[in-house]
Design a protein around this ligand. Structure first.
Ligand code: PMP
Length: 451
């Protein structure tokens, strides 16, 4: 391995910032990542809500080695493989919410693209080829590939690629109470207004033309851990059903235990027709995502053309599936959902203790181990900081300097909204480590605002 001090000045890897080379991560254990040189960084966001079991979990390292010894790869046009079949059984063998089959891909964007195409193919199979429109929400993130980016409502990410994006997508208001709920409007009225807007969008497009509505149950990267108000997803489900459209839930970030239940939709009293999952599925041990599809969609394809018109080279990769299967077994066998609930409640309480009266923290929100704080210039007016200050990036920098990795967003990243910081630590986290996160984050926030 090259020592970065002897490596060429410009990295041969095109990094997120092409002007700065990030430090090298060379190891990890539990919630900690180890940099070249030995400094340890507390991984308070699991990367981007990925590392649900922390780093170098011995059972995962072992499972990957075991599968590598047995079979590394077999193309899905010729073979299925044991880990893929076993993982599918683990995920949908009990048909949660009517979800009955799985399509394995390599990440979240691929999962979203696949879900969009499955929705489209479903309507071709059932003789409704005119259904080609999708409704999504502003302030959403569904991935960076062109279809997923077109579905997403993050203006900043969309802008440079706007000419390449499909116009099959339209966007309605996000279910974001802190920013969208009007003064004097209670939760029920807020939900009713959002539902009426969605209904109006169906009517504008012609309900017979709409294939699906797509949303994140708890919005992640774009707005910072925003759950919908009570009753919102029940209203959405009812509108989709009444108009014969499908409901796609993007649980790439909020799913697989992150919010305290295996699926975030379990807390909404509804289930989707199609569900995208990724990050917590493989916990970062392998690159894997998946789409869970309802029995109705599986049946339509089986009884119709008999083949889903799609495919990638690394579908259902044996080592990726073996790793994800082990991640899911560890979560189940070690009772980690209970720890997500307990540590999530503790994190919420500690955030309120530290930031509840902070002059520049306007909102503390989230579910389970998926929590965010939103920074504001003024708590009363909720006015955000000037995006030019790049406050969230400064907080990230100050936190990193203190040995804390947290996930910033907002500000310049989606314009006109407050900066936020997301926390999504591994499910194995302890109370002492939660204390450390809040302590270091508190110092970082104060230093960034003062700076
Ligand atoms: N959907 C959501 C909700 C996400 O948070 C992300 C990733 N942040 C994606 C899709 C895209 O996933 P990936 O980066 O694995 O392509």
């Amino acid at each position: 391995m090259n020592d970065i001090t002897t490596a060429p000045r410009r990295s041969r890897v095109l990094h997120r910032s092409s002007r700065a080379r990030p430090p090298l991560a060379v190891g990890g254990h539990g919630v900690w990542l180890v940099e070249q040189g030995g400094r340890e960084v507390l991984d308070a966001s699991g990367g981007a809500a990925v590392s649900c079991l922390g780093h170098q979990h011995p059972r995962l390292v072992e499972a990957i080695k075991r599968q590598a010894d047995r079979l590394c790869y077999a193309h899905t046009s010729f073979f299925s493989n044991e880990p893929a079949e076993a993982l599918a059984e683990e995920l949908v063998g009990h048909e949660p919410g009517g979800l009955a089959q799985v399509y394995f891909v390599s990440g979240g964007s691929e999962a979203v693209e696949t879900a969009l195409k499955l929705a489209r193919q479903y309507f071709l199979e059932v003789g409704q080829p005119q259904r080609s429109r999708f409704i999504a929400r502003r302030q959403s993130y569904h991935g960076n590939t062109l279809g997923a980016l077109a579905a997403g409502g993050n203006a900043w990410r969309r802008a440079p690629y706007a000419p390449l994006l499909s116009d099959a997508f339209s966007h309605v208001s996000p279910a974001f109470a802190y920013r969208e709920q009007r003064e004097g409007e209670d939760e029920a009225a807020f939900t009713a207004r959002l539902a009426a807007e969605l209904e109006a969008e169906f009517l504008r497009l012609g309900p017979q033309n709409v294939a699906a509505f797509i949303a994140e149950p708890v919005v992640g990267a774009t707005a910072g851990c925003v759950p919908a108000p009570e009753g919102y997803f029940r209203a959405v489900r009812e509108i989709c059903d009444r108009h014969g459209a499908l409901l796609i839930l993007d649980e790439v970030m909020s799913g697989m235990g992150r919010t305290g239940t295996l699926h975030a939709w379990e807390q909404e009293g509804i289930a989707p027709d199609l569900q995208a999952i990724a990050k917590g599925l493989g916990g970062g041990y392998q690159a894997i995502g998946a789409v869970l599809l309802s029995g109705r969609i599986a049946d339509a394809i089986e009884q119709g053309s008999g083949a889903f018109q799609h495919g990638h080279t690394y579908l259902a990769h044996p080592i990726a599936c073996a790793a994800a299967l082990e991640v899911q077994r560890v979560i189940r066998e070690d009772g980690l959902l209970a720890n997500v609930q307990a540590m999530g409640a503790l994190l919420e309480a500690k955030l309120h203790e530290r930031f509840g009266n902070h002059a520049h923290v306007g909102d503390i929100r989230g579910r389970g181990l998926f929590r965010a704080i939103e920074l504001v210039a003024d708590r009363t007016s909720r006015a955000p900081f000037d995006p030019a200050r790049q406050l969230n990036a400064r907080i990230k920098k100050e936190a990193f300097a203190r040995g804390l990795a947290c996930y910033p967003g907002g500000g310049t990243m989606d314009g006109a909204r407050g900066d936020h910081v997301m926390l999504a630590p591994p499910y194995i986290i302890s109370a002492a480590e939660i204390d450390l996160i809040v302590e270091r984050l508190g110092e970082a926030v104060d230093a960034a605002i003062a700076g």
